[in-house]
Design a protein around this ligand. Structure first.
Ligand SMILES: *Cc1c(COP(=O)(O)O)cnc(C)c1O
Length: 371
C-alpha cells in the first residue's frame, strides 16, 4: 500500500468551496466594480473582527503589508534613514526586504534553539541607540513570546511590528497577532493558512491613525483624489481576492484545527533517534503553517521520503544574512539559524491531509536509515 503524498494540494483545498467561491467571483464580475469596493470593505472589517483588532487595511501582498507599516511608522515617528530594525535571521527573505524597502537598516538576531523564534533576551543584545523597531516573525504558525517582546520594546521606547504571514489564527495568551505590537502584517499568498487565488495581504492594527496613514501610502500617498501628500505606492487587494478571502475566512478555524490534529499524529507516531520533532511545549498555540522536523542527514531523509512518494520542502535552505542581496551587511554569525537551515525539513500538512496520509508519512520517516 503506497500512497503518494503531495506537499500541498492547493486544488483540493480550493475545490472544497467551489460553489461559494464561484458565486462570490460572479457577484464581483456582475457588479462592474473591481477595485476599492464593497468586497474589500467587507473583508477588512471581517478580518479585523476575527483578529480582535479595530482596523484592517487590505494591500497587494504580504511584503507590501510589512513595508507600508514600516514606511508609515518611519514618517509618523520621524525615524532617520537607516534607523535599525531588529528581525530574526531565520525567516523568509521578505521580512528583511521590507525593512530595506522602507529605507531602514535590517539588523539580524539569532533565534532560540527551543522554538526557532526571535526571543526578547537575544533581541535585547542587538539594541543600539539607532534601533527604532523590533520585527518578530511568527514562523511556522507559532507566535513569538509577545509578552516579553512588548516588555523589551517598552523598556527601550521601540515600536513592534509583527510579521504574521504564517500565523493566521495563531494566539499568544489568547491574543492574535495585530493586538500586541503597533501592527501585524499578514500575507494571503495561495499557500498560506488563509490563501487567496493570487496575491493579497493586509495590515491589522488597533491604531486608527496608523491604519489611515498606511491606507494613504498604499494609495499613491493621496489624502483625497489627485491630492498627493506623501510619496506613496500603489498596493491594492482587488475585489475578487477580497470576496474569495471572505468566503474562506469562515473555514480558517476548522482548517487550523485539522492542521493541529495532523501535527499531533506526527508527534505521536514519529519515532526516530536521528529525527527531532518541533518543540511541543505549547503546540496548542501553533496553527502549523509548516510542520518542521530536524535531522543531521536532512538531504538523505528528503530523498528517502521522495522515494516513498512523499514530497517535502526546506524552510529555508539559506539564512537571510547569507543571501547575496545582503552581502553588504557586516559579517556576523548566527549559529542557531545556520543549523536550522542545514537540518530543517517540512513535512506535508494541510486542511485536507488525511490521517492515513499522515500515518504513511510517519512510517516513511521511521523507516529511514541515516548513514
Ligand atoms: C509569505 C511570507 C511573506 C511575504 O508574503 P507575500 O504575500 O508573498 O509577499 C513575508 N514573511 C513571511 C514570514 C512569509 O512567510
Amino acid at each position: 500500500m503506497k500512497h503518494s503524498v503531495p506537499f500541498l494540494d492547493l486544488q483540493g483545498i480550493t475545490l472544497r468551496h467551489q460553489a461559494e467561491i464561484s458565486a462570490a467571483v460572479q457577484q464581483v464580475m456582475a457588479s462592474g466594480w473591481y477595485l476599492n469596493g464593497e468586497s474589500l470593505r467587507h473583508f477588512e472589517s471581517k478580518f479585523a473582527r476575527y483578529c480582535d483588532a479595530q482596523q484592517c487595511v487590505g494591500v497587494a501582498n504580504g511584503l507590501d503589508a510589512i513595508t507600508l507599516t514600516l514606511m508609515a511608522l518611519k514618517q509618523m515617528r520621524g525615524w532617520a534613514d537607516n534607523a535599525e530594525v531588529i528581525l530574526p535571521a531565520h525567516t523568509f527573505v521578505a521580512t528583511a526586504l521590507a525593512v530595506s524597502r522602507a529605507g531602514l537598516q535590517p539588523v539580524f538576531c539569532d533565534v532560540s534553539a527551543g522554538d526557532y523564534l526571535m526571543q526578547a533576551s537575544t533581541a535585547a543584545s542587538c539594541i543600539t541607540p539607532n534601533t527604532c523597531a523590533l520585527l518578530p516573525v511568527h514562523l511556522y504558525g507559532k507566535m513569538c513570546n509577545m509578552n516579553e517582546i512588548m516588555h523589551l520594546a517598552e523598556e527601550h521606547g521601540l515600536e513592534v511590528v509583527e510579521d504574521a504571514a504564517q500565523a493566521h489564527g495563531a494566539e499568544h495568551q489568547g491574543r492574535k497577532a495585530g493586538t500586541w505590537g503597533a501592527a501585524a502584517a499578514y500575507s494571503f499568498y495561495p499557500g498560506k493558512n488563509l490563501g487567496a487565488m493570487g496575491d493579497a495581504g493586509a495590515v491589522v492594527t488597533r491604531d486608527t491613525e496608523l491604519a489611515d496613514r498606511i491606507r494613504t501610502l498604499a494609495n499613491y500617498g493621496a489624502t483625497q483624489k489627485y491630492h498627493h501628500q506623501y510619496l506613496g505606492i500603489n498596493s491594492r487587494m482587488d475585489e475578487i481576492q477580497a470576496a474569495i478571502l471572505s468566503v474562506k475566512l469562515d473555514f480558517l478555524d476548522a482548517d487550523n484545527a485539522h492542521r493541529r490534529k495532523i501535527a499531533s499524529i506526527y508527534a505521536q507516531h514519529i519515532q526516530h533517534p536521528e529525527v527531532l520533532l518541533p518543540y511541543s511545549g505549547e503546540t496548542s498555540t501553533s496553527v502549523f503553517h509548516v510542520y518542521p522536523i530536524f535531522c543531521e542527514c536532512r538531504d538523505a531523509l528528503q530523498s528517502h521520503l521522495q522515494q516513498c512518494g512523499i514530497s517535502t520542502l526546506v524552510h529555508y535552505p539559506i539564512p537571510v544574512h547569507k543571501q547575496k542581496a545582503y552581502d553588504h551587511l557586516p559579517d556576523s554569525k548566527y549559529p542557531v539559524s545556520e543549523r536550522l537551515s542545514d537540518t530543517e525539513l517540512s513535512l506535508p500538512i494541510s486542511p485536507i491531509l488525511t490521517d492515513d496520509q499522515a500515518l504513511c508519512v510517519c512510517d516513511a520517516v521511521n523507516s529511514f536509515g541515516c548513514i
